[in-house]
Design a binder for this molecule. Structure first.
Ligand code: FES
Length: 262
């Protein structure tokens, strides 16, 4: 874990409420693994006090990319940043997707909903580099919820889209698209990130099909380093189930260990 107090914003792209920052922070970029996150301080002044957790959208030796949607005071302040502004970034944090084993020739399905698609770009690139055939199902409420379509395609990742209102791609939920395309039938593994209701539906389908699946959980986070208990989730273990800190033990968990809320 590194603290970069002067992480310079190199580039900002925006689409309505969605933002993509390229941030210069080489120490974090080198260490980052798909599924990990950073804690970003939005403002130099005291308010808002807490850092904002953001998934690492992409990483290389120069730094990281962050993709987020404005959803509160912290992200509103971040959205006003421009190139050459600096951020205070702590990371990489948490446990990302498990990428052990041989992925050559494997068919891997990534399912993302709305802003939850953020970590799947880094993951998709990594899996492709390891020889996997990667397919991404990307869902949103409408076409303006899905500004990263071209970015995924330009990285050579096979993309299928759905919108709830039919303004782009398949008309329906991304889980309807999953069923319609029988996408699980050819999958060796599934990774997903998005709203809980979406991930729970994907988890049920993956379990029924006997396919290993991992899910990146979102949570309010106070500290990001296991100190505040602000991010707990019920997780099954050998002795039953109990509360664990998402920021320490996750944010990525195997589907069969997550106790989903009804
Ligand atoms: Fe503080 Fe997880 S955010 S313990």
């Amino acid at each position: 874990m590194t603290i970069e107090r002067n992480a310079r914003i190199l580039d900002v792209q925006s689409w309505d409420d969605y933002f993509l920052f390229t941030v210069e922070c080489p120490a974090i970029g080198i260490e980052a693994r798909p599924g990990q996150f950073v804690m970003v301080k939005a403002a130099a002044q005291a308010y808002p006090l807490l850092r904002r957790p953001l998934s690492i959208h992409d990483a290389d030796t120069g730094g990281i990319a962050l993709y987020f949607k404005v959803a509160g005071v912290g992200t509103e302040i971040l959205a006003r940043k421009t190139p050459d502004d600096v951020l205070d970034v702590v990371g990489p944090l948490g446990r990302g997707f498990s990428l052990s084993g041989n992925f050559a020739g494997k068919h891997v399905l990534l399912v993302g909903g709305g802003r939850g698609v953020a970590p799947l770009f880094f993951l998709g690139k990594e899996l492709k580099a390891r020889g996997a055939a990667v397919r991404i199902l990307y869902g949103g409420r409408c076409v303006t919820d899905m500004p990263l379509r071209e970015r995924f395609e330009s990285a050579g990742l096979a993309l299928s889209c759905s919108t709830d209102d039919g303004t782009y791609g398949f008309c329906g939920l991304v889980t309807d698209l999953l069923d319609h395309d029988r996408a699980l039938e050819s999958a060796d593994a599934v990774y997903a990130c998005g709203p809980d209701v979406m991930m729970k539906a994907v988890a049920e389908r993956a379990r029924a099909a006997g396919i290993p699946a991992e899910f990146s959980l979102e949570s309010v986070m106070g500290c990001g380093i296991g100190a505040c208990w602000g991010c707990v989730q019920r997780i099954r273990n050998d002795r039953g189930d109990g509360w664990v800190k998402i920021c320490e033990e996750g944010p990525v968990f195997p589907g069969d260990r997550i106790v989903w809320e009804e």
